[in-house]
Write a protein that binds this ligand. Structure first.
Ligand code: SF4
Ligand code: SF4
Length: 114
């Protein structure tokens, strides 16, 4: 048995127009520049993780919570950015640090002016 609500829901679903499917550009199309600017792969963002050593107590929380294993603790018991390219900029390390000793910033590309 169908309720009035179910009938109404099925009518509204039928009335909705379908979204046009996006086609993915092939590597060859991207290389030849045949794709629109929106479809071209954007360069991956990079991030700098800075530690304020005077505030850090070496608890390791930042490294433990890093989802991409970009951080690790060195032999002195200090956190370091062992694999900076793995950083996704989520700022979990900055948020979780109890001593506010971490700062995550997006790395800006330097523009060379001639
Ligand atoms: S969470 Fe903060 S205090 Fe703990 S090791 Fe990392 S930077 Fe140091
Ligand atoms: S910003 Fe996220 S991915 Fe980058 S080092 Fe901190 S916790 Fe790890």
């Amino acid at each position: 048995m169908t309720t009035k609500r179910q009938v109404k829901a099925s009518k509204t679903q039928k009335a909705r127009p379908e979204k046009p499917k996006k086609s993915k550009a092939t590597k060859a199309e991207v290389a030849e520049g045949k794709t629109e600017a929106k479809e071209r792969p954007q360069p991956k963002k990079k991030f700098d993780v800075e530690f304020y050593r005077d505030w850090c107590k070496g608890c390791g929380i930042c490294a433990a919570f890093c989802p991409s294993a970009a951080l690790s603790m060195n032999e002195k018991g200090e956190p370091e950015t062992a694999q900076p390219d793995l950083c996704i900029g989520c700022a979990w390390c900055e948020i979780r640090c109890p001593d506010f000793a971490v700062s995550v910033r997006e790395r800006k590309e330097e523009v060379c002016e001639l």
